[in-house]
Design a protein around this ligand. Structure first.
Ligand code: AMP
Ligand code: ZN
Length: 457
């Protein structure tokens, strides 16, 4: 039985889709700067769910937005549009900014071998649909017009707050009480009237303007997936404002509950604290590459913690992930040529245990432990075949030709990592000594732009 934790009911529940295909919506990136590895945890989470659904035989119809307008510097309708901030910073048009960072995002997800949703949709391409959505809410009496734009009236939706605490606790409202045209401080913008100098604006029945941030997800979900969505994902930071607002918009327009399962990934932390652009403590995939790590090392690192728990990023933790990945691949490879047979009972037992782990709300640490145990069996092609099956979930690359490190003994890898660590700590004497030791053992380290490679002499 496949079970996911549903943030709405705060329970693990059996997952059963409403129709033939699983309809899945995922909040996408705001393309105003380089995505960091914390953001990537959110998309590895999407990948993880999609692969587990497919492994269970489901077909998926998935959609994801690209936020290229309307996300203000605060989630609560305050501050400037993030796209315009970036546009001023980089002296480019918001469209150029969006294009540039969307491309980077796409490259990163490709490097991480992330199985992306079927429909990826920039908000600026659905402005007409957004306007129709807002009109619908005005017609139904869930929205009202002020001199600043169109607002959602949360007092009309009794279920408001079902994902995260009471309305009164919402800082979202508390900070904008100055707007005395709003009926409730937590009412949020669906459409914002734009001053002349605002670069991104479109015609609407309410004058020139641009959409609020939350409405794009409800609109894109409706456009591609319809009025029933089985799973909606996003990071925990979106739970109490963005997702609450999405629920209000969609449920009030359709007149019924739209999303069944709400699933949230916890944060990737740094030094046990928040990783955020404002704290200037973020890393990108490119940063990891500069330090000699591959995207796949990070993918493997992701599996080390359950998505619902905070995961702490350190280069040491990434180094251990990389070492275990190298050992993992090496072991898999050795099984490829193995002569022993694994009994049918054992094969089934491993298959069941693996399935049980992934179907228990994506318990990847346990699923990996099953693989590790399996790899300790006598060398057998059956083990290799089983790992290849499990790899539908892991999404790792076992192509020997593409893996330079696979034949490198773990002792050399260990020394190379120690050398890398010494370089990070600017202990160049130690780094040089380690290079010599590695040379004496018959291997050469070649520093590259992305990190280092090891070559047998
Ligand atoms: P944004 O581009 O800011 O809209 O964020 C894209 C996605 O990344 C959202 O689902 C966020 O919830 C998620 N996210 C942001 N920071 C982190 C983090 N440090 N760890 C995990 N997910 C994050
Ligand atoms: Zn969203």
């Amino acid at each position: 039985m496949l079970k996911f934790f549903n943030s709405l009911t705060r329970k693990k529940e059996e997952f059963v889709p409403k129709g033939d295909k699983v309809k899945m919506y995922s909040c996408g990136p705001t393309v105003y700067s380089y995505p960091h590895i914390g953001n990537m945890r959110a998309y590895l989470f999407v990948d993880n769910i999609r692969r587990v659904l497919k492994y269970n035989g489901f077909e998926i119809d998935g959609a994801m937005n690209i936020t290229d307008v309307g996300h203000l510097t605060s989630d609560a309708d305050e501050g400037e549009d993030k796209m315009l901030v970036a546009s001023a910073r980089e002296n480019k048009t918001p469209f150029e900014i969006a294009k540039f960072y969307t491309n980077i995002f796409m490259e990163d997800v490709k490097k991480l071998n992330i199985d992306l949703p079927e429909h990826i949709c920039p908000a600026t391409t659905v402005i007409n649909e957004i306007i129709e959505f807002v009109k619908g809410l005005l017609d139904n009496g869930y929205a009202y017009l002020t001199s600043k734009g169109v607002y959602f009236d949360i007092s009309k939706f009794s279920a408001y707050g079902s994902l995260g605490g009471s309305v009164d606790q919402k800082r979202a409202g508390a900070r904008i009480e100055v707007d005395d045209e709003k009926r409730h401080p937590a009412d949020f913008a669906l459409w914002i009237k734009a001053p002349k100098e605002h670069i991104m604006q479109w015609e609407s029945p309410w004058g020139m303007g641009y959409p609020g941030w939350h409405i794009e997800c409800s609109t894109i979900g409706k456009k591609f997936l319809g009025e029933y969505i089985d799973i909606h994902t996003g990071g925990v930071d979106h739970k109490t404002i963005h997702h609450e607002n999405e629920i209000a918009q969609s449920d009030c327009l359709e007149g019924h509950k739209v999303v069944h399962f709400w699933m949230h990934n916890e944060f990737l932390q740094i030094d046990s604290g928040k990783m955020s652009k404002s704290l200037n403590n973020t890393f990108t995939l490119a940063d990891l590459e500069k330090n000699g790590f591959s995207s796949e090392d990070f993918r493997y690192f992701y599996f080390g913690a359950h998505y619902s728990k905070q995961q702490n990023f350190t280069y040491n933790a990434l180094t251990s992930a990389r070492n275990s990945l190298i050992n993992f691949k090496k072991a898999v490879n050795e099984h490829k040529k193995g002569q022993c047979k694994l009994s049918q009972d054992k094969i089934e037992d491993y298959e069941n245990k693996f399935l049980e782990a992934i179907n228990d709300d994506l318990n990847m640490p346990v699923a990996l432990a099953v693989c590790q145990k399996l790899l300790k069996e006598e060398k057998s092609k059956d083990v290799y075949d089983l790992i290849m099956k499990f790899n539908q979930i892991l999404g790792l690359n076992f192509d020997e030709n593409k893996n330079d490190n696979i034949e490198t003994p773990s002792e050399i890898l260990e020394l190379a990592n120690q050398r890398w660590q010494a370089k990070q700590e600017r202990d160049f004497n130690k780094a040089d000594n380690l290079r010599k030791i590695i040379l004496e053992k018959g291997y050469k380290i070649l520093d590259t732009k992305e990190g280092f490679n090891i070559e047998k002499i």
